[in-house]
Design a protein around this ligand. Sequence first.
Ligand code: IPM
Ligand code: MG
Length: 368
Amino acid sequence: MANPSLLILAGDGIGPEVMAEVKKIIGWMGAKRGVHFDVSEDLVGGCAYDKHGTPLHDDTMAKAQAVDAVLLGAVGGPKYDVLDFSVKPERGLLRLRKEMDLFSNLRPAQCFDALADFSSLKKEVVAGLDIVIVRELTSGVYFGEPRGIFKEGNERVGINTQRYTESEIARVARSAFELARKRNNKVCSMEKANVMESGILWREVVQEVHDREYPDVALTHMYADNGAMQLCRWPKQFDVIVTDNLFGDVLSDMAAMLTGSLGMLPSASLGLPMANGRPKALYEPVHGSAPDIAGQGKANPIACILSFAMALRYSFGMGEDATRVEKAVEKVLADGVRTADLMGPEGGTPVSTTQMGDAIIAALDASL
Ligand code: IPM
Ligand code: MG
């Protein structure tokens, strides 16, 4: 059988630095576990714009459609702020999500014991936290029409449209219920059914899918603003949260910070199964391109490495190796290995991006 294929799109800012550490793990999988990947690389975001005048070349899009999984670093940077909206680095990422139809975005927020002190919340509120936000990723206000800036009388009006069809809601609800069944069997759905019709439909459809197909899963509904408040107050009440594209964007940044550092959080964006049974998939850290620290060897590669672990689990059925990578990360953190973002007020000497990657490789070796 052919090796599983990966397309690496390291992108901008710290993307290439953190992805370099993922490549070490991919190499390790080949050398020590006999699992070989066919890896190709290409450009996305600002670097693609610099070369091709577009943040995602059609050839790159075609490659992404053809591989078993895409690994993405990060896109964007201040240099590109002046670009027209249509060619901004983020458009490259949004095109990948839309054209690959990656409707289910899994964003776990897990608080490692060694980092419980880092959260801006009290230790007892976050210690042991393990939740997943399932964010709808290909519809809603990010893509709804009409959109644009128009002239209305003698002033301009900016318009975006929140739009969800029943089938779009149902399919992301299903993926949340499926995930919950493998975890603690609880789903909380968040919308604003008190002010938005799309929220009313969201709530109804999630409930219908539940009653028809997943009655065994405990389902609750919450207004998204209350959800934000509850995430700060007592996040451990949640297991799986399912929500729309925009609320999911905001709530997942918040959930990320509960764990102490945005530099820790991976994500998987999954679509429909391909002919080989694997879902269309893109894996990327939740953090951005961090232009302020790019090129300085300060970035934390853990989110990107954990994203690769998610690829092992969700694309390649290698749950055991995924756990092995996650345990290696846990081990180095427990040993006190810290990149700059994980330095507490008590200080200490941070390790570089490369040193963190090497420490994780050493922990992987020790796991054999
Ligand atoms: C995210 C990011 C993106 C989003 C940006 C970079 C387009 O914030 O993945 O959360 O808004 O979806
Ligand atoms: Mg975001």
